[in-house]
Ligand binder design. Structure first.
Ligand code: COA
Length: 157
């Protein structure tokens, strides 16, 4: 758990904790994933969370008086590098809490976790329409180094 304070202009300052997600967070995580464009039921999110257990995956939530942010990290061995690489998976801050540097704090924590796991690279892929997120990553020191190409597979018949 990392602790901090969330400044909201002249309004009250909220205590902020960034901690590992638990099954009891599934409902609010599902709501955050909906805001990210990946709607899911709380049950589905709880099942995914269980599948993400293990040292190579990290699922974090940011909590003030309630959970207001979600971030994931996936650490992988690759053939190109001697050291592991880390990918930011989901990153989303509740709509009513954006612009408060919560996203920045989540990314800083993911970066610290990637460094602690001896990663040589931290990267994130971000869909073309997410222009504000692109500015956000550039401001945090990420470089725009490539394009993403995807193919979706439907479930086998
Ligand atoms: C991108 C996101 C995680 C940033 O979190 P945040 O707590 O709002 O970000 P911070 O307060 O640390 O930084 C603010 C910056 O984020 C960016 N930003 C992106 N969307 C924003 C929004 N809806 N409101 C405010 N800032 C936003 C801006 O570049 C902003 O910079 P500015 O203040 O100079 O305009 C958050 O806005 C979000 O959840 N967006 C929707 C989901 C998304 O796009 N996720 C990234 C997927 S790759």
């Amino acid at each position: 758990v990392s602790e901090g304070l969330l400044e909201r202009g002249s309004q009250r300052t909220l205590a902020l904790a960034i901690r590992s997600a638990r099954a009891s967070d599934a409902e609010v995580m599902a709501s955050l994933l909906g805001q990210l464009g990946y709607p899911a039921s709380a049950e589905a999110v709880a099942a995914r969370l269980a599948r993400l257990e293990g040292p190579s995956q990290l699922v974090l939530v940011a909590e003030t008086d309630r959970v207001v942010g979600l971030a994931t990290l996936h650490v992988m061995a690759t053939i190109e590098h001697d050291r592991p690489v880390a990918r930011i998976g989901a990153l989303v801050v509740d709509e009513a809490h954006r612009g408060l540097r919560l996203g920045e704090k989540l990314v800083q924590r993911l970066e610290a976790e990637a460094r602690a796991r001896d990663c040589c690279l931290l990267y994130v892929t971000s869909a073309n329409p997410r222009c504000r997120a692109h500015s956000f990553y550039l401001r945090l020191g990420f470089e725009h180094t490539g394009l993403r190409f995807t193919r979706s597979f439907s479930a086998p018949a």
